[in-house]
Design a protein around this ligand. Structure first.
Ligand SMILES: *[C@@H]1O[C@H](CO)[C@@H](O)[C@H](O)[C@H]1NC(C)=O
Ligand SMILES: *[C@@H]1O[C@H](CO)[C@@H](O)[C@H](O)[C@H]1NC(C)=O
Ligand SMILES: *[C@@H]1O[C@H](CO)[C@@H](O)[C@H](O)[C@H]1NC(C)=O
Ligand SMILES: *[C@@H]1O[C@H](CO)[C@@H](O)[C@H](O)[C@H]1NC(C)=O
Ligand SMILES: *[C@@H]1O[C@H](CO)[C@@H](O)[C@H](O)[C@H]1NC(C)=O
Length: 380
């Protein structure tokens, strides 16, 4: 870790000197060029335009579905804006993108933030490390203007990775965490909290609609809920604790048999997870009930059997949420069918599951920070 701190000091003390020069240059350019007023306005307004829907201010932001595994959306950082594709992740609270200093292979295949080219960039010496299921990153905390569509957060703290282990081949440059602030490894205010505190959102909620098969159509919305994306009423589920998007599950059944959560368990509602994850022993049981055969890291079934497979039913706050075979079976690049159940890597003393995109494609989800609850309803 020492080399990291050193890198922070050397690299970033250098750019502290360079920033003022850059700023002067940018100002001159915009003055002689165009839209200086616009730039200034953009930096200072929290939001410039709003989409109104049924009396509420909503920002509906498109996400791209990459093979039903990952959903990524565009955001920008800096002045002038630099674009990144990030995963909007309810399972974590930190926001980071690769830095120009990162030469890990995962960084060189993704867009890296060129901090010297941003006039609004501010560095710090604060380093952090985050361990995800998919890998680990090390980085430094910085500040700059961040935009998610028409939502603008000025002087937003975020992470710049200087080393990444894992994350290779992913379509996403970085991760934008939407979990509660006290889950933050970098101990900085998440972008949603900053926007909320500054009154940039009409309601402190966000929601996800995740499309199936198609690349287009998925959205994350901020500041309200667009009712066109779900059927019927939202069922509200209180959080286990007001510091994490985790809820109680009454029971998990298959073929009328309680197969898990017989004595209640918890589940994290995690847009950054592709699959449904559970304790190893119980996931083995599910694979067996489905009749899936292990090959490599996955469990396969015959594609012709998909429509005859039993639904797995999550009962949450007294409501049944069935997940049919056609939802929990995914196709690999060679067209073979595998199950979307995974063993959790981290063992916990109590039974806990992760409801990832497999579940969230079926159920539109609302994350309500005002009432510390999650709303679920069948997706359109
Ligand atoms: C929408 O935003 C505008 C401007 O920020 C505000 O005046 C209005 O009250 C908001 N509407 C709702 C329903 O929150
Ligand atoms: C992100 O931006 C790129 C080009 O900058 C565009 O091709 C792509 O469609 C955008 N993605 C989404 C989900 O809007
Ligand atoms: C990354 O770059 C730095 C200097 O630019 C160098 O010292 C370091 O060895 C490089 N690391 C890797 C993993 O290539
Ligand atoms: C980084 O640390 C050095 C040495 O402690 C200090 O002089 C410098 O002001 C710090 N820079 C920032 C941006 O905090
Ligand atoms: C997390 O934050 C919430 C509200 O901001 C607070 O009620 C809760 O006690 C905090 N939890 C921890 C572990 O700090």
């Amino acid at each position: 870790m020492k080399w990291l701190v050193l890198l922070g000091l050397v690299a970033f003390s250098e750019c502290i000197v360079k920033i003022p020069q850059r700023r002067v240059k940018t100002m001159r350019k915009t003055l002689s060029g165009k839209n200086m007023l616009n730039d200034v306005l953009r930096e200072h307004a929290y939001r410039l335009s709003q989409i109104s829907f049924r009396g509420s201010n909503l920002t509906i932001h498109p996400l791209r579905n990459t093979r039903d595994i990952l959903y990524v959306g565009n955001i920008t950082i800096g002045t002038p804006p630099q674009e990144f594709q990030v995963t909007f992740d309810t399972g974590s609270s930190d926001f980071w993108v690769p830095s120009d200093y990162c030469n890990s292979s995962a960084c060189s295949t993704h867009v890296r933030f060129r901090h010297l080219q941003s006039s609004t960039f501010r560095s710090t010496n604060k380093t952090f490390r985050i361990i995800y299921g998919a890998g680990t990153i090390k980085g430094v905390v910085a500040y700059d203007t961040v935009r998610i569509g028409d939502l603008v957060s000025t002087d937003q703290p975020f992470g710049l990775s200087v080393a990444e282990y894992g994350f290779q081949g992913g379509r996403s440059d970085g991760i934008l965490g939407l979990n509660y602030p006290n889950q933050s490894w970098s101990r900085t205010i998440p972008i949603f909290d900053k926007l909320k505190n500054e009154g940039a959102l009409s309601e402190p909620v966000f929601a996800f609609y995740l499309s199936k098969d198609e690349q287009e159509g998925s959205v994350v919305m901020f500041g309200g809920v667009d009712h066109r994306y779900y059927k019927g009423e939202l069922n509200w589920v209180p959080l286990v604790k007001a510091d994490d998007w985790t809820i109680h599950v009454d029971r998990i059944t298959m073929k009328r048999e309680v197969i898990a959560s017989s004595d209640s368990c918890t589940a994290m509602v995690d847009t950054g997870a592709s699959h449904i994850q559970g304790p190893g022993r119980l996931v083995d049981k599910v694979q067996k009930l489905i009749g899936a055969k292990p090959r490599g890291s996955k469990h396969y079934v015959s594609c012709s059997a998909v429509n005859t497979l039993p639904s797995i039913i999550f009962t949450i706050n007294g409501i049944n949420y069935p997940v049919p075979g056609r939802a929990y079976i995914l196709k690999d690049s060679r067209g073979r069918c595998y199950t979307a159940f995974r063993k959790k890597r981290v063992r916990t003393s109590t039974e806990s599951w992760v409801l990832g995109d497999v579940f969230l494609r079926l159920y539109f989800s609302v994350f309500d920070r005002e009432n510390d609850r999650i709303g679920l309803a069948p997706a359109m």
